[in-house]
Ligand binder design. Structure first.
Ligand code: ZN
Length: 133
């Protein structure tokens, strides 16, 4: 079964910590041990795991991606959001996290971020939990 987490981004680019939402979705499956597969079905948003304790880290990533990949350049794509497409490819569209004892087995400082690159929009993250035999 695939679950969906609904997300509403509030700005053009934004890193949204979805760790608690993912944990809640896992608890709803009642699966204690296994693998959680997260998938972002969008071409201008991504997903990444990085530091969650200090919000400055995701802010730095966001700001420096904007410097590396400017909103306006000699892009061919006529829709005007090529920067968002490029950033989505860089961050990727999926993550895998182990589940142990009903909890996400993340590192102490890790959090799961939905990466908005062309907001604000209504978005979703698909989630599938595979039970360990
Ligand atoms: Zn586009």
């Amino acid at each position: 079964m695939i679950k969906e987490i609904a997300i509403r981004s509030g700005t053009r680019t934004e890193f949204i910590d979805i760790t608690d939402h993912v944990q809640k979705a896992i608890e709803e499956t009642r699966i204690k041990n296994g693998i959680c597969y997260l998938y972002v079905p969008h071409t201008t948003a991504g997903i990444t795991i990085n530091e969650g304790a200090d919000p400055s880290v995701s802010r730095d990533i966001d700001e420096h991606l904007v410097k590396l990949i400017p909103f306006n350049s000699n892009y061919h794509h006529a829709e005007g959001n090529s920067a968002a497409h490029i950033k989505a490819s860089l961050t990727g569209s999926s993550e895998l996290v182990f589940i142990e004892g009903g909890k996400l087995r993340l590192g102490t400082w890790q959090a799961i971020y939905f990466c908005e690159f062309d907001g604000p929009r209504n978005r979703k993250v698909s989630l599938k939990v595979i039970r360990e035999e």
